[in-house]
Design a protein around this ligand. Structure first.
Ligand SMILES: [Zn+2]
Length: 83
């Protein structure tokens, strides 16, 4: 399992569509690799925010994604993530 594969699978993982060995491989990698863990938590928060903002479950506007991404990045840069 290398970083490229982990990053590729992050969305599937977050969708809950990864199962079994694949899932444990990624969890294990995230524990050892902080760059991947960072990007995982970043996407996780992004996805949660998007889900909260679009409760009707329709397509998420790309613009919203961009705005949230910028917001989180800003927050991360300023170090007020609280975790
Ligand atoms: Zn990695």
């Amino acid at each position: 399992m290398n970083c490229d594969k982990v990053v590729n699978d992050v969305y599937t993982f977050l969708d809950g569509e990864l199962t079994g060995v694949r899932r444990s491989q990624i969890e294990w990698h995230l524990r050892k690799c902080s760059p991947c863990a960072d990007s995982f938590h970043f996407e996780e928060r992004l996805m949660l925010l998007v889900k909260r903002s679009c409760s009707d479950g329709d397509e998420v506007p790309a613009e919203l994604f961009d705005r949230l991404r910028a917001l989180i990045q800003q927050e991360t840069t300023e170090g007020i993530s609280g975790e």
